[in-house]
Design a binder for this molecule. Structure first.
Ligand SMILES: NC(=O)c1ccc[n+]([C@@H]2O[C@H](COP(=O)([O-])OP(=O)(O)OC[C@H]3O[C@@H](n4cnc5c(N)ncnc54)[C@H](OP(=O)(O)O)[C@@H]3O)[C@@H](O)[C@H]2O)c1
Length: 395
């Protein structure tokens, strides 16, 4: 039985993780869980998986969880004792570093998951990584720790998971380039002149995937693809010139690897995150499953197109941030988080998201950037700048 910790157990990825675990009951034991503010769901998860440790976002949340569990305990008799309940940054770190944990599923959203994931790597735990902000904000520092501690870092993001699978067919020296597919999001066919009228409701209606709010907006701006380019550079040790992004509206090909002889391997599948989650959790084996079968009868065509870069400036901003390095990719992520929240709150236009990020990247000072504390300081600084930039552009 693999002993696991889930960071972000109540989120879109976290919930699908628990479905995968439910489908393989003999394979996994949940040792610890971390969530943010969804106390009722985390209470249900505690009652189902009986972890030893649980952490939530705040002290008030921890008190609420404690009293919910107590109430449920008096109404049902249970043979299991209540878990230790923690909160905040220290709580999530203890979830990831519990001595029994072998594999950490890093699926919180944003840099909140970074210090905990980093500490788990330092303790030699395997990581199934969905939380792409970990590599966007601190790729160089995190990958150095992965190498130092010889840790298995398995990508959950469907594109990187696809590339991980395709790379098993050849040597690294035989790889010419990685081809990341992008659906193009809900505004793929929207004329550029209409982009300033795009509403949160439209932007949240992703044509192919059901995901958390932030990543869904990032998919609509294509910043998600920018993050994935950065993530791919770190995960697979390739340069920007070895990564191509193509629009593929069906999202059936999750990504591809082109080898030096011109041969291209693609990984195909249904648009169901349980497949890459199951792959990462059971690697190097494959667990049988019928729940993510591709329905060939509905698959009529596979289309490809170039990225309209003028309409989606976030992709170029991400590449520029990676090229400049230091704190800029971290600032890119922090600024994006603030800008997306302002857009969802109705105070920033859709094109305003890219404008805020550009403004932050221009103003971001070249601070020290060697350890996780530097990342957190740069993140805080970029958030301050992003609030100013968003305030100046308020609708
Ligand atoms: N969804 C997908 O299909 C998908 C695909 C590829 C990659 N990813 C990446 O996976 C990550 C998670 O995405 P998601 O779509 O699952 O996001 P989501 O649905 O918004 O879930 C985010 C999770 O993070 C938790 N969280 C928030 N603040 C926290 C805190 N302070 N401490 C601990 N946990 C906290 C949330 O808890 P509460 O809900 O309890 O507040 C929730 O469990 C992101 O980095 C995303 O880019 C997602």
């Amino acid at each position: 039985m693999k002993k696991i910790a889930i960071l972000g157990s109540t989120g879109s990825i976290g919930r699908q993780c628990t479905q995968v675990i439910d489908s393989l009951p003999a394979e996994f034991q949940v040792v610890s869980l971390a969530a943010g503010s969804n106390i009722s769901l985390v209470a249900e998860q505690v009652e189902k998986y009986h972890p030893q440790l649980v952490s939530v976002g705040t002290e008030a949340g921890a008190r609420e969880l404690c009293s919910t569990l107590k109430k449920n305990r008096t109404s049902k008799s249970s043979a299991h004792s209540d878990p230790e309940i923690l909160f905040g940054a220290e709580g999530i770190e203890r979830i990831a570093t519990h001595s029994d944990v072998e594999l950490v599923i890093s699926a919180a959203v944003g840099v909140v998951g970074l210090p905990a994931t980093y500490k788990a790597i330092e303790q030699g735990k395997s990581i199934a990584l969905a939380n792409k902000e970990v590599l966007v904000a601190a790729g160089e520092i995190v990958m150095a720790a992965v190498k130092r501690h010889n840790v298995a870092l398995l990508p959950v993001d469907s594109e990187h998971n696809a590339i991980h699978q395709c790379l098993r067919a050849g040597q690294r020296s035989e790889v010419k380039r990685l081809v990341l597919t992008a659906s193009g999001g809900p505004f793929r066919n929207t004329p550029i002149a209409k982009m300033n009228k795009a509403t949160p409701q439209q932007a949240l209606a992703h044509p192919n995937w059901k995901m958390g709010n932030r990543i869904t907006i990032d998919s609509a701006t294509l910043m998600n693809k920018g993050f994935e380019v950065i993530e791919a550079c770190w995960l697979f040790d390739v340069g920007l010139d070895q990564i191509q992004v193509v629009i593929h509206p069906q999202s059936t090909i999750h990504s591809m690897v082109e080898f030096v002889d011109g041969s291209i391997l693609a990984q195909l599948g249904a648009t169901d995150m349980r497949m890459p989650i199951r792959y990462a959790l059971t690697y190097p084996e494959r667990a049988p499953s019928n729940d993510c079968a591709l329905d060939w009868s509905t698959l009529r065509k596979l289309e490809f197109d170039e990225v309209p870069t003028r309409k989606f400036p976030c992709l170029a901003l991400a590449k520029a941030a990676l090229k400049q390095g230091g704190p800029l990719p971290c600032a890119l992520n922090a600024a994006d988080e603030i800008a997306v929240a302002a857009f969802l709150g109705g105070t920033l236009s859709f094109p305003g998201i890219a404008a805020v990020i550009e403004g932050v990247l221009e103003r971001m000072p070249r601070c020290a950037f060697n350890k996780i504390d530097d990342v957190l300081a740069a993140d805080a600084q970029a958030r301050r700048l992003a609030r100013e930039e968003a305030g100046r552009r308020k609708n």
